[in-house]
Design a protein around this ligand. Structure first.
Ligand SMILES: Cc1cc2nc3c(=O)[nH]c(=O)nc-3n(C[C@H](O)[C@H](O)[C@H](O)COP(=O)(O)O)c2cc1C
Length: 187
């Protein structure tokens, strides 16, 4: 019941609503330990997480702005600033990357993405258990060339999403979840 309650209480919090204090180094280690317990077909470790240190946020901001500019050369200075500022939110910011390399042809592509999804969910639940808010954000920038260069992604790696952690400043009403019959049937 406790685990179910923890899961039910987790909700996506936008990075702009996550403030200091963020998780301590020890708490971040616990979140990572939770991530690495995720199921992993073939034990191929098909994902990795990258922390964006505070002194690297500006570089990430520039990558966000460059990514916007490359898909919309007419982007206004305000839009570019908004894109840049995405890098400055939340005390802890991680980038999730999946490896699609055909090292183990028997392990389907879908399995790699599922493994990453499981790891991500573990991070969210561990952060929730530690009393922090968390959120997942993606968008067109995550795999744009400036982002690929910043994170030095290999040819078979794909940038998937950012994970933000911190203290919730404003709690939004919880979104409705599907009821079990909506997602479950019996053959
Ligand atoms: C892979 C992935 C990417 C997501 N990207 C975004 C995003 O870019 N912006 C956003 O507001 N929410 C994003 N979310 C969070 C979902 O919007 C959120 O989980 C959903 O609305 C359900 O809300 P809940 O997590 O509070 O139950 C993402 C979730 C996942 C799994």
């Amino acid at each position: 019941m406790q685990l179910l309650q923890l899961m039910q209480n987790r909700q996506h919090t936008a990075p702009k609503r996550l403030a200091e204090p963020g998780p301590s180094q020890q708490e971040l280690q616990m979140i990572l330990q939770a991530a690495v317990t995720a199921p992993d077909h073939g034990r191929i470790r098909p994902w990795r997480l990258v922390e964006i240190a505070n002194n690297q946020r500006e570089r990430l901001g520039q990558a966000f702005a460059q990514a916007l500019l490359s898909r919309d050369p007419q982007a206004s200075p305000e839009d570019l600033q908004d894109a840049h500022d995405k890098a400055l939110r939340a005390p802890t910011l991680w980038f999730a990357v999946v490896n699609t390399a055909p090292v183990e042809p028997d392990i389907a592509q879908a399995d790699r993405w599922v493994a990453l999804g499981c790891a991500i969910q573990n991070t969210q639940l561990m952060a929730q258990a530690l009393g922090f808010g968390c959120g997942i954000t993606s968008g067109q920038a995550v795999n744009a060339q400036p982002m690929r260069e910043l994170f030095e992604l290999g040819a078979h790696e794909v940038g998937v999403c950012f994970l933000s952690f911190g203290t919730i400043t404003i709690t939004k009403p919880r979104r409705a979840r599907p009821t079990p019959p909506e997602v479950f049937s019996t053959l």
